[in-house]
Design a protein around this ligand. Structure first.
Ligand code: F3S
Length: 510
């Protein structure tokens, strides 16, 4: 038996965006009901019948068959067997669609066609009367709504992003009017089906809504099948850039290549680079005794004096410091010059923090990593303070520590610059969501990678079958029992090929 999920709700609640994302996650068909109306309008246009009255149009409906099919991964609207995707988005089709969509006979025809698609396939359908009229027997019904002001704000932002200058009050008024029309129309008015679950997305992001629905579906025994790899798994932008730079140099090797510290926390990659002749050096002293060549600075960055030492010793520098970290170097350098005390919120032994410290006056720089440090911190009476953060620091903790410093009261001027990189947060949020809806979760990363360890903890809390592996060789799924789906994420230092190997292996086991 096919599985049907109905999503109803007022205009602007994000139904189609959410439904499409869910369909992708679950490998269901997303039934674009609007596109099906458009296909009928196209038929009428092609046959010169768009001006006919409702009765005549109703009669010709018997000659129309509209369905949804997937061809090469693309959803296609089929009109009497023809893929009409590229013909149904014209102005003429829109005009005829809005005219015929109010005809009861057309609605009835469409309802029949939609029910047919739903009988033969696992579908997600969104609209205003899906749970109440079209699919009254859907296994899961959701009524997705949001306050008028939240919907108006979203629409306002959307229009602004397109370069328009809309009026928020007017958008609100239009939405109210539309709701009123939809809720009080004669045929199939918008209303929540009695057995629908209400989700108010006013304060939720798209990601949060999708996760909430996936959790709800899981409770109803409807699960994603197969393997899902997190979008943000593996290298972040800065790490990818740094690793690529090393490989580029290794490929045209015509002089010794060194990385100042391991380029990433991943033994496999470091070994692979070593095999290509790239040597890791840990200090200037070590470097000084080696033949001249190029030194690649990793994404964490280094103190200013390291650049000076390397250059003075006659080595060339390839700077792969992440641009977000370079920005912090610039900030602390500028504020230091202007006489500010610098506070770096982060882990004092982390190479990135050591690097940042090297761009400010050491006499006027403090690293704060926990509450006690912040409480003990005594800025010079009346002195101005600039606070920055390690890029991978937790935002909530950063705010707490900043607040403690702010309350000290006697600081002249306090500049707080949130320099946390959102790549870490995105990765963690996504891993958490994936773990919530997975039967088993695999976290891939180096043993010494702290961001991978953190990912593992987050996933383990949401999914008890969570495994921390370095490579596919560490993976043993024999203890998991029956599982329908597996989620995969990876720390920022995990190369793509390792993620792919794990993904391939897991597919063979499901
Ligand atoms: Fe750069 Fe952010 Fe990665 S600071 S190194 S992109 S975590």
């Amino acid at each position: 038996m096919s599985i049907n999920i109905a999503i109803d709700g007022p205009a602007g609640a994000g139904k189609s965006t959410i439904a499409k994302k869910l369909a992708k996650e679950l490998a269901f068909i997303y039934v674009d009901t609007g596109a099906m109306y458009r296909a009928i309008a196209l038929y009428l246009l092609r046959n010169g019948m768009e001006k006919e009255d409702a009765q005549t149009i109703a009669k010709c409906c018997s000659k129309i068959d509209v369905g949804i099919q997937y061809q090469n991964g693309e959803q296609c609207v089929m009109l009497n067997g023809e893929n009409v995707n590229s013909f149904i988005r014209t102005e003429d089709v829109s005009r005829v669609t809005s005219k015929i969509s109010v005809y009861p006979q057309v609605r009835a025809k469409l309802s029949d066609l939609q029910q047919k698609v739903a009988r033969d396939n696992d579908v997600i359908m969104d609209g205003r009367d899906i749970g109440t009229c079209v699919l009254p027997h859907a296994q899961v019904k959701i009524y997705l709504t949001a306050s008028v002001s939240a919907r108006a704000k979203r629409r306002y932002e959307e229009l602004r992003a397109r370069g328009e200058e809309p009026e928020l009050a007017q958008i609100e008024a239009d939405i109210k009017e539309r709701d009123d029309r939809d809720m009080h129309r004669e045929i199939a008015p918008l209303k929540k089906a009695e057995d629908a679950v209400l989700i108010d997305s006013s304060e939720m992001s798209i990601r949060e809504v999708v996760t909430a629905i996936l959790e709800l579906l899981k409770k109803n025994g409807i699960k994603r099948k197969g393997v899902s790899v997190a979008k943000f798994a593996g290298f972040c932008f800065g790490v990818k850039r740094a690793v690529n730079k090393v490989y580029e140099h290794a490929d045209i090797q015509n002089r010794p290549i060194y990385t100042y510290g391991p380029i990433i926390h991943n033994e496999e990659v470091v070994r692979d680079l070593e095999a290509k002749g790239v040597m890791v050096v840990d200090s200037y002293e070590q470097l000084a005794s080696l033949p001249k060549g190029i030194v690649i600075i990793r994404s964490h960055g280094v103190p200013k004096e390291v650049y000076d030492q390397i250059t003075q010793a006659g080595f060339e520098i390839e700077d792969a410091t992440c641009p977000f970290v370079l920005k912090i170097h610039q900030i602390v350098q500028d504020f230091s010059k202007d006489g500010y005390e610098i506070v770096i919120i982060g882990n004092s032994t982390h190479p990135e923090v050591e690097g940042i410290k090297g761009w400010c006056d050491p006499q006027h720089t403090t690293v704060i990593s926990q509450k006690e440090d912040a409480e003990k911190y005594i800025p010079k009476q009346g002195k101005s303070v600039c606070i920055v953060s390690q890029t991978t620091f937790n935002y909530k903790k950063f705010q707490e520590l900043v607040e403690i410093i702010r309350k000290k009261g006697y600081i002249n001027d306090i500049r707080v610059l949130n320099t946390i990189c959102n790549a870490t947060e995105e990765r963690q949020n996504e891993a958490e969501d994936l773990a919530k809806t997975s039967d088993a979760m695999i976290v891939i990363g180096g043993k010494s990678s702290s961001n991978t360890q953190k990912l593992y903890e987050i996933c383990k809390e949401k999914c008890k079958n969570t495994y921390y592996i370095q490579t596919v060789a560490d993976l043993d799924l024999s203890q998991t029992g029956h599982i329908d789906n597996v989620g995969i994420t990876a720390g920022a230092s995990t190369p793509k090929n390792i993620i792919e190997e794990v993904q391939k292996y897991v597919r063979t086991k499901l």
